[in-house]
Design a protein around this ligand. Structure first.
Ligand code: CA
Ligand code: CA
Ligand code: CA
Length: 135
């Protein structure tokens, strides 16, 4: 009886550990799927879905090298080389004009840049193009 209990416990722990490591692998995967972000599965990523995915992927933290919750012009410059942005992107995205980008400002700026056809939605090709920023 006791032995069965321990075996069951051991199996549960194994299963739990297995699940946890699978989850971990998904979270750190470089390949972010369009479908993972498209929460309502309508084939488009809306602004709110974009924000959620963006935060979940830790992309803001990737930019915010000193982890103070703000992305400075310098931090932005280091990250955004190769993104094909014009020189005014930082100033345009800094909507409250305090000289730094917070998570919300960055999300808004990135979303509007990725949304090439300006329909306030990201389709899968817009998403794929934008996602290349974080490869
Ligand atoms: Ca910072
Ligand atoms: Ca700002
Ligand atoms: Ca679009």
């Amino acid at each position: 009886m006791k032995r069965t209990l321990f075996t069951t416990l051991g199996l549960s722990i194994l299963l739990a550990t297995g699940c946890a490591s699978t989850q971990y692998a998904e979270d750190t995967s470089a390949d972010v799927g369009f479908a993972d972000w498209d929460a309502d599965r309508n084939g488009m990523i809306a602004d709110a879905e974009f924000r959620a995915g963006f935060t979940q992927n830790g992309w803001f933290n990737e930019l915010d090298r000193d982890r103070d919750g703000r992305v400075t012009n310098e931090e932005f410059g280091m990250a955004s080389t190769g993104w094909g942005l014009d020189g005014n992107a930082f100033a345009t995205w800094d909507t409250n004009r305090d000289g730094v980008l917070d998570d919300g400002e960055f999300g808004t700026g990135a979303f509007s840049t990725w949304d090439r056809n300006r329909d306030s939605m990201l389709d899968d090709s817009e998403f794929a193009a934008g996602e290349g920023w974080f490869d």
